[in-house]
Design a protein around this ligand. Structure first.
Ligand code: M6R
Length: 610
């Protein structure tokens, strides 16, 4: 959580940093702040709330200088407030620091500093880091040494950047298990929590390793590794387009990203499918011999990525014929899972920085599993710590509610399943061909589904004020139900609930009332009649039914108040299509309720704390 931007160069940092922070606002938006070094003075401006509040506060003031750091916050220690906002100052006011992550031993450090006579203004662990760096700087260390000394005493996961009042041409930074990249410009250099903040200025970045300490000047970037040896780090050229991180003509990023799904699918297919329709996963290191040793697959992820994993289990079990477990990452580590060198461990993450997923991945590696990750952000920590990476080519996803990442994650799981099934000889040529053809048809079919938008908007306008919504489905549809429910609750704050339809009668059906909305996914030919029976059960309790079915299955209309049809396709690939009406429904309900769609309350895009 939290976003960091730092700049040193020939221009005034103010505009560059504020612009960069806006691109990172999806990471946290409780408060924002900036510090620049201007003529021997540290100018710090910070304000609770979104960056626009900070901009209003700064008004026409020109902060000047050539070096600065900025921060957008998702509160962990201490409520969102001006005083808890970053940058934080050292006790003597000579060093300013921004921080992302958690300093786990901050209470002990704080106690020690209090005993030494230092005082604190905020409740944050971040201020403790600022005071500690400031103390060492005041004792005569170079700024970079002071930061290096301070982090050697700090435990936890964090990224930091700091400036000092008398250092007009440099700033320093550090990363430990929290994202931070270095951007290389001409006559200027940057740090940021992710690429999107820098795309306008540079596409060349250094990926930092854990415990790297960095000194940035206009013409140089010096990096020391964990043993404080000078090192050079790999430079990566980012292919993302600057416009990909802009809203364009769309009112919200979420709507734009829903509409970008056909493109994300096409791009991911293009990179991993040969002209003659064979799956050839780009850069896959896993050899057929190694693959043959696995006796189970374990998928771990959080939130939407976990829901993608649930779909993945159906597909992998069906066509690869290996047992597949799917776990919520935050639970995985604590149940002493049975994982060993015969386990293929698949971590799914859009950001590649989710702390729970990362910790689960590390646990699995410790136990000897082979880790393959499905990740959207190139060079992210999950990607770098995995044995193999399968990138989703969704482009930057800015809205907190994940949409295009989900569908590209699904696609990667389908492609993996085909690839593995082929290696294991568990799929025949006709079925392989049928699946590939079905996937290739998806982008066009997604376009058709997107045409439902006006009808879904109309429905949302009618039903937005209901306070209870259920999502039900059977088989693979139940996994999509979970995703639909999460989308609705996270952006519209409606109490929604997903359940496998067959499970309703074991308790949950007690909640059905005349105004309850039930969104019923009935896309599985094999389970269609069973699903119709479940719909009848809730209909009999006077719930209102919105159903999603495949074109032609009109029988469902007798039992539904409203039906949306997805194009005909094989049962396995329906999630790629059926999720779209659910995303649009969540979007329009939230819009009708005047919710902050791209930045829902209490959430952040990238959850880098456990
Ligand atoms: O970046 P990740 O895919 O690892 O993020 C996982 C979840 O935090 C994420 O999917 C979250 O649930 C979204 N807000 C859902 O829309």
């Amino acid at each position: 959580m939290c976003g960091i931007v730092g700049y040193v160069g020939t221009e005034a940092p103010q505009g560059i940093i504020l612009e960069g922070l806006k691109k990172l606002e999806y990471r946290g938006y409780d408060s924002a702040g900036i510090a620049v070094v201007d003529n021997g003075e540290l100018k710090v401006r910070k304000h609770v709330g979104a960056i626009v509040n900070l901009e209003r506060m700064i008004g026409d003031e020109k902060l000047g200088g050539h070096v600065g750091i900025g921060h957008t916050r998702w509160a962990t220690h201490g409520a969102p407030s001006d005083i808890n906002s970053h940058p934080h100052l050292s006790a003597d006011g000579k060093v300013a620091l921004v921080h992302n992550g958690l300093v786990e031993n901050y209470t002990e450090i704080k106690q020690r500093l209090l005993e030494e006579g230092f005082s604190f203004r905020s409740e944050t662990d971040s201020e403790v880091a600022a005071v500690l760096v400031g103390k060492y700087y005041a004792e005569g260390l170079e700024l970079v040494e002071a930061l290096g000394r301070a982090v050697s005493e700090m435990e936890g996961t964090f990224a930091l950047a700091a400036v000092a009042y008398d250092r007009p041409d440099e700033f320093v930074a550090f990363r430990r298990n929290a994202p931070l990249i270095v951007g290389k410009g001409r006559g200027c250099n940057f740090v940021a929590s992710d690429f999107s903040a820098l795309l306008k200025y540079t596409k060349d970045v250094h990926l930092l390793e854990n415990d790297d300490l960095v000194l940035l000047r206009p013409d140089s970037v010096t990096i020391w590794d964990k043993d404080r040896k000078k090192v050079t780090r790999e430079t990566l050229h980012i292919s993302w387009d600057v416009n990909a991180a802009e809203k364009g003509d769309y009112e919200h990023f979420m709507l734009k990203e829903i509409y970008e799904q056909p493109q994300g699918i096409m791009e991911t297919l293009r990179r991993n499918l040969t002209d003659d329709g064979r799956v050839d996963i780009y850069d896959m290191k896993l050899t057929p011999e190694h693959f043959a040793q696995f006796n189970k697959v374990c998928i771990v992820a959080c939130g939407t990525a976990y829901h993608a994993g649930l779909v993945g289990r159906y597909i992998l079990e069906k066509i690869v014929k290996l047992p597949v477990e799917v776990d919520i990452a935050s639970e995985f580590r604590y149940r002493d899972p049975f994982v060993d060198e015969k386990t293929l461990f698949i971590a799914i993450s859009q950001s590649g920085e989710t702390a729970d997923t990362l910790e689960a991945l590390r646990e699995a590696k410790k136990k000897g599993a082979y880790v393959l990750s499905i990740v959207n952000v190139v060079g992210s920590t999950v990607a770098r710590e995995s044995d193999d990476v399968f990138y989703t080519w969704a482009g930057p996803e800015i809205a907190v509610a994940s949409t295009k990442a989900y569908t590209t994650q699904l696609l990667c799981l389908y492609l993996l399943a085909l690839y593995f099934a082929d290696l294991r000889g568990t799929i025949d040529a006709d079925h392989y061909r049928e699946m590939v053809d079905a996937l290739v048809a998806v982008p066009k079919q997604m376009e058709e589904v997107l045409e439902m938008r006006p009808a879904i908007e109309k429905l949302a306008k009618k039903l937005y004020d209901r306070d209870q919504v259920f999502f039900i489905g059977r088989g693979i549809d139940s996994s999509v139900a979970y995703e639909g429910s999460l989308k609705l609750k996270e952006i519209s704050y409606i109490n929604s609930f997903a359940i496998a339809a067959g499970e309703l009668k074991h308790g949950t059906i007690a909640l059905m009332e005349p105004k309850t909305i039930v969104i019923a996914l009935a896309t599985q030919d094999r389970l269609f009649d069973k699903m119709v029976s479940n719909i009848q059960e809730v209909k009999a309790r006077n719930a209102q039914i919105i159903s999603i079915a495949k074109e032609g299955n009109t029988k469902i209309e007798e039992h539904s108040d409203v039906t949306f049809y997805i194009p005909q396709c094989i049962d396995e690939v329906t999630p790629l299509l059926s999720v779209i009406p659910l995303q649009l429904y969540a979007y329009y309900v939230a819009k009708e309720k005047h919710c902050e769609i791209d930045r829902p309350r209490n959430l952040a895009k990238s959850v880098t704390v456990e």
